[in-house]
Design a protein around this ligand. Structure first.
Ligand code: UD1
Ligand code: UDP
Length: 378
């Protein structure tokens, strides 16, 4: 079995890292295809270095562009690489343009596709990510659903074949890096911060930061929470958001804007924050795993498990609702259960793939020919 691991953006590198390590551990034949959707050092190389990942064998270097341009370049570029490499299975992770375009290239070539983090739904088709994940799910052969909720969403769309509840590889990634972060991360020291002595913020969703009203609403809300608590806001700012701040002429003296950090530093910043304000999918999961309260600057989430366990609230981008949500979450007790798995998601995925390629006579599409498989012990 030859495996192609496709990635292109920051969260894909972080969430595919455990899958890469599992392939290495098993001595499997695999290669990494990087689309180059993210390319700045702080959004790309820093993660390969810190997480000690093998460099990508192929990099399409598609860079930034409109959705059509980016998607089109990945589609054509991935096809060339797949023609040359002839992988048996292509693994994609999440919901970016990288995922949708590379899965489509594989689908048209009749190559099996494994979707890591399948079955997430925000039910908001105005988000490019929702369209990407729906398409990827409907053309995938192996659907690695992180939770039973995700499996149920897939079932509601008629997808039952090839679905496996594995947990989310973000848990694997956090567990594998948490100890190293404790020893090596320097963010607290460098920034002069103390445990519970600051609020951490991130924001990058196009629907939030590409609107001057919503971006300034989020900043105002953060300033209000900072005023209420007397704690500074530390905001490692995504390049999209940095660009919009300049374009809209926005600034805030109360918010400490810093460059995006590597994963080890960011884990340290998250773990020690009094509260996190974010519109990131991955950060909603990580705060839930790390036991840190989260306020999500969106009206919906494809991670409803975080709301159910009580680690997260949705507040949108209006300053008063951000302030209200923060007040609630600052009082929240932190003993919730992590719903995203036990840190062995990538192991389960590789078990499924290896079993499927070892015994093709049983079922041409793999092990789960009928009913989707629910978790045994996560
Ligand atoms: C993309 C994904 C989003 C994911 C996010 C993770 C899509 C449609 N969006 O959003 O789902 O949550 O990545 O961070 O796939 N830029 C740089 N350097 C980089 C990358 C981007 O400066 O390395 C700047 C460019 O100005 C670019 C902008 O950021 O135009 C947006 O980048 P893009 O990859 O298009 O979308 P993201 O907002 O990063
Ligand atoms: N992250 C990081 N440094 C930062 C901000 C975020 O390493 O300065 C990590 C974070 O730990 C999480 C991932 O980036 O694993 C989330 O990526 P992002 O918010 O860009 O995308 P999303 O998860 O919303 O798709």
């Amino acid at each position: 079995m030859k495996v192609a691991i496709v990635l292109g953006t920051r969260p894909e590198i972080i969430k595919m890292a455990p899958v890469v390590r599992e392939c290495q551990k098993r001595g499997l034949e695999f290669f990494v295809l990087h689309t180059g959707q993210h390319y700045s050092y702080s959004m790309d190389k820093v993660f390969f270095e810190e997480l000690e990942l093998p460099g990508a064998k192929h990099n399409l270097e598609v860079g930034s562009g409109s959705h059509a341009v980016q998607t089109g370049k990945i589609l054509a570029g991935a096809e060339k690489v797949f023609q040359q490499e002839r992988p048996d299975v292509v693994l994609v992770q999440g919901d970016t343009n990288t995922v949708m375009a590379s899965a489509l290239a594989a689908s048209k070539m009749g190559i099996r596709i494994g979707h890591v983090e399948a079955g997430l739904r925000s039910f908001d088709r105005t988000m490019p990510e929702e369209v990407n994940r729906v398409i990827a799910d409907h053309i995938s052969d192996y659907l690695f659903a992180p939770t039973v909720q995700a499996l149920d969403y897939l079932r509601e769309e008629g997808i039952v074949k090839g679905v496996h509840v594995t947990g989310n590889t973000i848990v694997d990634s956090v567990f594998q890096s948490r100890e190293i972060a404790r020893r090596k991360a320097k963010a607290l020291e460098e920034l002069g911060l103390k445990k519970d002595g600051y609020l951490l913020a991130t924001a990058h969703r196009a629907e939030n930061v590409d609107s001057k009203d919503r971006l300034s609403g989020m900043l105002r809300g953060m300033e209000m929470v900072s005023g209420d608590t007397g704690l500074p806001v530390v905001f490692p700012m995504h390049p999209r958001t940095q660009g919009r701040m300049k374009e809209f002429g926005l600034r805030s003296d109360a918010i400490r804007v810093i460059e995006p950090r590597g994963f080890l530093d960011f884990l340290q910043l998250e773990s020690n924050a009094r509260l996190v304000l974010t519109d990131s999918g991955g950060v909603q999961e990580e705060t839930c795993i790390l036991g840190v309260p989260c306020v999500t600057l969106r009206e919906n989430t494809e991670r409803p498990e975080t709301l159910e366990v009580g680690s997260n609230v949705l507040v949108g981008t209006s300053p008063s609702r951000i302030r209200g949500g923060a007040t609630v979450m600052l009082k929240a007790s932190r003993g919730w259960k992590n719903p995203f798995g036990d840190g062995n998601a990538s192991e389960r995925m590789l078990d499924v793939l290896e079993a499927s390629f070892e015994a093709p006579a049983v079922d041409a599409m793999g092990v789960a020919s009928g009913e989707a498989s629910r978790p045994s012990a996560m």
